[in-house]
Design a protein around this ligand. Structure first.
Ligand code: NAP
Length: 324
C-alpha cells in the first residue's frame, strides 16, 4: 500500500507518499480499506517532531479515517463487524494511508445521510467534543460554554453539539468570517480575540459555566477569570504554551475546577467507552441533521503537505478532508 511517511521532523515538505508494507490486523483489530482521512492540528505537531505516536501506534500520521472493512483480525469474528461494512474510525495514527488496522472498539458506522468520504471528518471531533464537554466537563442544558477557536475543526463541531444539548454558546475566533460561520452553527456570543478581551465579554454575559480551551498557558488566567461560580475549565491543547501562573484564591472563591485531557493517550478501554458514548448520544444528532460535519476543503491524501500548509496558516474553517 501507500502511506504518508514523515521522513524526518520538519515542514510540510517532509510528508511523502511512499510505498510501505500493508498493516496486519492484530488481536481485536480489523483491517480498513481507507476512503479518506482528515487533517488534525496534532498531525502538524507530530510532523514537527513534537507529538510522537504512543507505543504500539502506527508511525504514519492520521487520527481518523473512513472506509470499508477489508478483513477481520483474530478475535473479531463475533464483533458484529463484517467485511464490506462502511465505517469511520478513531485512530492512534496511520490514517494517512490506503489501509489501516483498527481496534474494533474504535469503529463507528457511517451515520445515515453522511457520505463515506465526508464521514472521515467526524470521529476525532465527535469523540473529543463529546468526551470533554459531557464526560469531563458535565455540560448541561441552560449552561453557558465558551469554545476557544470556534472556527477550528473541534470548534465548529463543539458549537453545534453544545447548542444541540441546549447550552448557550460563546466562541472566540480571529476573523469576522469565522465568527459569522460560528453564528450560523449556533453560537450566540461572538468574540474576535484579536480585537476584544474575552474575559470582559464573558463577564458581561454572566460568566461561563464551562470553557473548552486549546491555548493552555497563555489563556489560563483569563479563562479562570471568565468562569462563573462552579465553573469548569477543560484544556485540550497547549497552543499558547504549557506553563502559567494561576490565582488559586480565585479558584477557591468561585469553586472552580481545571481538567486537562488528550484522547490519543487514553487506554483502549477508555477510547472504546467514548466511541460507544458517541454512537449513542452524538450519532442520532448527526443523523437528524442537527450536527453536521463542517468541511472547509478536500485535498488528495498524497498531497497532505498542502493540507498542512493550509492548517498552519489557520485559513480553514472546520475540517480539511484527505480523500484517497
Ligand atoms: N486533547 C485532545 O484530545 C485533542 C483532540 C483533538 C484536538 N485537540 C486540539 O484541539 C485544537 C483544535 O484542533 P483542530 O484539529 O480542530 O485544529 P485547527 O482546525 O487547526 O484549529 C486551530 C484553531 O485555533 C485558532 N486559534 C489560534 N490562536 C487562537 C487564539 N489565541 N484564541 C482562539 N483561537 C485561536 C485558529 O483560528 P483563528 O486564529 O483564525 O481563529 C484555528 O481555528 C488543536 O490544538 C488540537 O491539537 C486536542
Amino acid at each position: 500500500m501507500h502511506a504518508i511517511r514523515i521522513s524526518e521532523p520538519g515542514g510540510p515538505e517532509v510528508l511523502a507518499w511512499t510505498e510501505v508494507p500493508d498493516p496486519v490486523p492484530g488481536e481485536g483489530e480489523v483491517l480498513v480499506d481507507v476512503a479518506a482521512s482528515a487533517a488534525n492540528r496534532a498531525d502538524v505537531s507530530q510532523r514537527q517532531g513534537n507529538y510522537p505516536p504512543p507505543p504500539g501506534a502506527s508511525e504514519y500520521p492520521g487520527l481518523e479515517c473512513s472506509g470499508t472493512v477489508a478483513a477481520l483480525g483474530p478475535g473479531t469474528e463475533d464483533s458484529g463487524w463484517s467485511v464490506g461494512d462502511r465505517v469511520c474510525a478513531l485512530l492512534s495514527g496511520g490514517g494517512y494511508a490506503e489501509k489501516v488496522a483498527v481496534p474494533v472498539g474504535q469503529l463507528l458506522p457511517v451515520p445515515e445521510g453522511v457520505d463515506l468520504v465526508e464521514a472521515a471528518a467526524l470521529p476525532e471531533v465527535a469523540c473529543t467534543v463529546w468526551s470533554n464537554l459531557v464526560m469531563v466537563g458535565g455540560l448541561r442544558a441552560g449552561e453557558t460554554v465558551l469554545v476557544h477557536g470556534g472556527g477550528s475543526g473541534i470548534g465548529t463541531f463543539a458549537v453545534q453539539f453544545a447548542r444541540a444539548l441546549g447550552a448557550r454558546v460563546a466562541v472566540t475566533a480571529g476573523s469576522r468570517e469565522k465568527l459569522e460561520r460560528c453564528r450560523e452553527l449556533g453560537a450566540e456570543i461572538l468574540i474576535n480575540y484579536k480585537e476584544e478581551d474575552f474575559t470582559e465579554r464573558m463577564r458581561e454575559a454572566g460568566g461561563a459555566d464551562l470553557v473548552l480551551d486549546i491555548m493552555g498557558g497563555s489563556y489560563l488566567d483569563a479563562n479562570l477569570r471568565s468562569l462563573a461560580t462552579n465553573g469548569r475549565l477543560v484544556i485540550i491543547a497547549l497552543m499558547g504554551g504549557r506553563r502559567a501562573e494561576a490565582d488559586l484564591g480565585r479558584m477557591l472563591a468561585k469553586r472552580l475546577s481545571v481538567h486537562a485531557t488528550t484522547l490519543r493517550s487514553r487506554p483502549l478501554e477508555e477510547k472504546a467507552a467514548i466511541v460507544s458514548g458517541v454512537l449513542e448520544q452524538v450519532w442520532p444528532l448527526v443523523e437528524q441533521g442537527v450536527v453536521r460535519p463542517v468541511v472547509d476543503r478536500s485535498v488528495p491524501m498524497r498531497n497532505a503537505a498542502e493540507a498542512h500548509r493550509v492548517m498552519e496558516t489557520s485559513a480553514h474553517t472546520g475540517k480539511i478532508l484527505l480523500p484517497r
